[in-house]
Design a protein around this ligand. Structure first.
Ligand code: PHE
Length: 338
């Protein structure tokens, strides 16, 4: 019996394993319910009386030995772990994954910056609009054929409520509440009932601009657009093509000369070198009167820019759907862009 105790003592002293499983097995082997120590304590009653005292003492020593060994091994393990963590103090820190801004936000803030530098403020309005602000006040009375230009999502139970088709509705709200001079841009999301394809979507974003004062002329409009195209694209060759919008008279569409230097230029400009970037015109006097602005005294211009279109040009994106899919591989490419 005493020989066994010596053997165990030796085994405990020699135990050097550091892996957590092996340490745990060692603990169970000695201290577990069916472990060696319990077994030995059970044999205590078999020991002759004169040896009981010494046997008991030896058992306690053995138990103590196991406990100390376990403690030593565990604290060694912690030290090893700590050493591992700090083993290379010169290594670079773990990269912090930063997000990226959405290309639509990037372009919107670029446009806002450009116009705020020349005194335009920002106005916002509701995306769920009423007929008056989206259509009627803008010279598009009920049954006006030009309403078809903007396929609209109506609320079925109430045809007076719709999802705004342009942010011109915000301009109406702004004119109703403010008096000239008015210089405001209205960025925001708009909705049209269009089939979704690589070129068009039922959701998109606009920035519309409005300037009303006395003696605002078409030439001021031209200058402001020239300033804008220079600032955003670095291009100063633009042309105005006559167009039609119910809320402006005269109306125009603006093209910029993109160039024909690469194959991509040929593709996006359909071989002409020119690209349409916005609609604009002089605010129709009816619209001013609808918004309680004296059309004899004041005149103004307005313009509307599609943000997706501009972002597609700036970043050479050829499918508008990418903006709305939230694919991380697409969005990540805009890291660090502002
Ligand atoms: N509101 C027009 C549209 O959404 C754009 C526009 C705005 C045209 C202002 C002229 C003047 O198509």
């Amino acid at each position: 019996m005493f020989d066994d105790l010596d053997k165990y003592q030796e085994e405990i002293r020699a135990f050097k394993e550091t892996s957590p499983e092996k340490i745990e097995n060692f603990r169970i082997k000695y201290l577990g319910k069916k472990g060696i120590l319990n077994d030995l304590f059970a044999k205590f009653k078999l020991v002759p009386v004169n040896e009981k005292k010494q046997f008991g003492r030896s058992l306690n020593i053995l138990k103590d030995l196991v406990l100390k060994k376990l403690e030593a091994l565990k604290s060694k393990n912690i030290q090893v772990k700590q050493a591992k963590i700090s083993e290379d103090l010169s290594r670079t820190a773990y990269p912090i994954h930063s997000g990226s801004r959405h290309p639509i936000s990037i372009v919107t803030s670029k446009i806002i910056d450009i116009f705020s530098q020349i005194g335009f403020n920002i106005s916002e309005g509701p995306e769920i609009e009423d007929d008056w602000h989206n259509f009627t006040a803008l010279n598009l009375e009920e049954n006006h054929p030009a309403r078809d230009m903007q396929d609209t999502f109506f609320i079925q139970s109430n045809p007076d409520i719709l999802l705004r088709t342009h942010t011109s509705s915000v301009q109406v709200r702004y004119m109703e509440k403010n008096t000239p001079p008015i210089r405001t841009i209205s960025p925001g999301r708009v909705y049209r009932n269009e089939a979704i394809s690589s070129r068009s979507h039922c959701i998109f974003h606009q920035v519309e601009g409005l300037y009303i004062d006395n003696q605002v002329s078409f030439s001021s409009l031209k200058q402001i657009i020239l300033y804008f195209t220079k600032a955003l694209f670095g291009k100063s060759k633009i042309r105005f093509r006559p167009s039609y919008f119910p809320f402006t008279e005269p109306s125009a569409e603006v093209d910029i000369f993109w160039g024909l230097e690469s194959e991509a230029d040929y593709r996006i400009t359909k071989g002409t070198g020119w690209l349409e970037i916005m609609g604009c015109g002089m605010v129709d006097p009816n619209v001013l009167s609808n918004c309680k602005i004296d059309s004899e005294k004041f005149s103004g211009y307005a313009f509307g820019i599609g943000i997706e279109r501009i972002a597609m040009l700036l970043y050479q994106i050829d499918d508008i759907r990418l903006f709305f899919e939230n694919d991380i591989r697409f969005l990540e490419q805009f890291k660090g862009k502002f």
